[in-house]
Design a protein around this ligand. Structure first.
Ligand SMILES: NC(=O)c1ccc[n+]([C@@H]2O[C@H](COP(=O)([O-])OP(=O)(O)OC[C@H]3O[C@@H](n4cnc5c(N)ncnc54)[C@H](OP(=O)(O)O)[C@@H]3O)[C@@H](O)[C@H]2O)c1
Length: 372
């Protein structure tokens, strides 16, 4: 039996990762072994790592030593060994994995559509991170790659757009979106593109200005340093993907009383998030309000609309990914790495912000359809 290979990152310096080799665990009754097929890495995964201790992400896939953590990633796997009567070998799942070639799970809450890994160390984290959706074989490995990258990101873009639209954009005539080159940010811009009630302005770094202009989904593109050039006197909504405190202060100061809402969706800069219990008295205007995709999805569930929401979502996600991949002017091209050997270097680039926004990183660990 071959070893388990896993990439672990140093908690005190997320740019430093190592590959460890571990013996395979014997399966106990009630456990399954999933061989991981294909996973994606983007800044979103680094955000999980930044809040690994604060929000419990490090507990999901315990590392060998306490000073290291396994960065969680989304992707596909096949169950290759099962000691659970309801889960057949060969079952394909989509969910949350370590950067590894396998994961041993203890399925609970098994239905024909999904199960939950009920391992004791995972019980403290929200269900969304412990649920594995059972999937048919893929239309193509390429479609799996797009789902691995965009399912966790576009659901945030989509639900944030829903949330803001339902509130009439808080009356805004312009919407300023930071870290505009990020996939989650341009997903928001795509979702509200047809809504002409507000001008969409992408805020980005000098390095990514050309990329953001070229994708063409914002009405205006402004470099962080030129924030002061954005029109005043227009009710303005800030959709913050960067969470940069210095930028937040500049945004609040520039727009003053015209800032109608500060929607904090992401944290690409990997900084400490504001404490909702301790408002920042030095900040003029509205305090940032956290937005979590899971809360919006929960609201649909509570209203008995979960199934209808997911049907609408999956249809619109497909339209979005087709646009992203459009050969005439692709917003992103896939870089599919064979195995995990390139993962430490991609993690280092994501950590220091040098990753090319036009690239989507995929790690193909076990070829789809390979025998167990
Ligand atoms: N609230 C939710 O429910 C939810 C759900 C999904 C994702 N998110 C968040 O959305 C954010 C974007 O994730 P993503 O995967 O879409 O990002 P991505 O596509 O990998 O974004 C890359 C961009 O982020 C900025 N960036 C990345 N690393 C940086 C660094 N070290 N220093 C400075 N800037 C850096 C740069 O944009 P600029 O040059 O344009 O600034 C870069 O082009 C993440 O923080 C993620 O956690 C939130």
């Amino acid at each position: 039996m071959s070893d388990v290979v896993r990439v672990e990152s140093l908690k005190s310096d997320l740019g430093v990762s190592r590959t460890v080799s571990l013996p395979r665990q014997e399966l106990e009754e009630g456990w399954v072994r999933a061989e991981i097929e294909r996973v994606a890495l983007s800044t979103n995964n680094m955000t999980y790592a930044v809040y690994g201790d604060a929000l419990g992400y490090w507990n999901l896939f315990p590392a060998v030593d306490a000073d290291h953590g396994c960065i969680p990633v989304w992707g596909f796997a096949h169950v290759t060994e099962s000691r659970v009567a309801e889960i057949a070998e060969g079952t394909r799942v989509f969910g949350y994995f370590p950067l590894s070639n396998e994961l041993v799970m203890q399925p609970t809450g098994i239905t024909t559509r999904s199960f939950v890994d009920g391992a004791a160390h995972r019980t403290g984290t929200p269900k969304v991170y412990n649920i594995y959706e059972i999937k048919p074989e893929p239309a193509s490995p390429r479609s799996d790659s797009f789902v691995s990258i965009f399912r966790p990101l576009f659901i945030a873009s989509y639900t944030a757009a829903d949330f803001l639209r339902e509130r009439n954009y808080f009356g805004a005539g312009q919407i300023v979106i930071s870290s505009a080159s990020s996939k989650t940010a341009y997903g928001v811009a795509h979702c509200i593109a047809d809504d002409t009630s507000a001008v969409k302005i992408g805020l980005t770094s000098a390095r990514n200005l050309d990329f953001v202009r070229q994708i063409g989904c914002y009405d205006q593109v402004v470099e962080y340093g030129d924030l002061a050039s954005i029109d005043l006197g227009v009710p303005t909504l800030y959709v913050d993907l960067a969470a940069d405190p210095e930028l937040r202060h500049r945004v609040h100061e520039h727009f003053g009383d015209d800032l109608v809402y500060d929607c904090l969706v992401g944290s690409t800069q990997g900084v400490q998030l504001p404490d909702p219990a301790a408002p920042d008295e030095t900040l003029s205007g509205p305090q940032p309000e956290f937005f979590f995709a899971a809360m919006q999805v929960d609201a649909y569930k509570a209203a008995g609309q979960a199934r209808a929401f997911m049907e609408r979502y999956e249809r619109d996600e497909l339209t979005f990914t087709e646009r992203v991949a459009d050969l005439g002017n692709p917003w992103m091209r896939l870089e599919e790495h064979d195995g995990l050997s390139a993962a430490p270097s991609v993690i280092a680039q994501l950590h220091d912000g040098t990753v090319d926004p036009a690239v989507g990183h995929i790690f193909e660990i076990r070829p789809a359809g390979a025998g167990g």
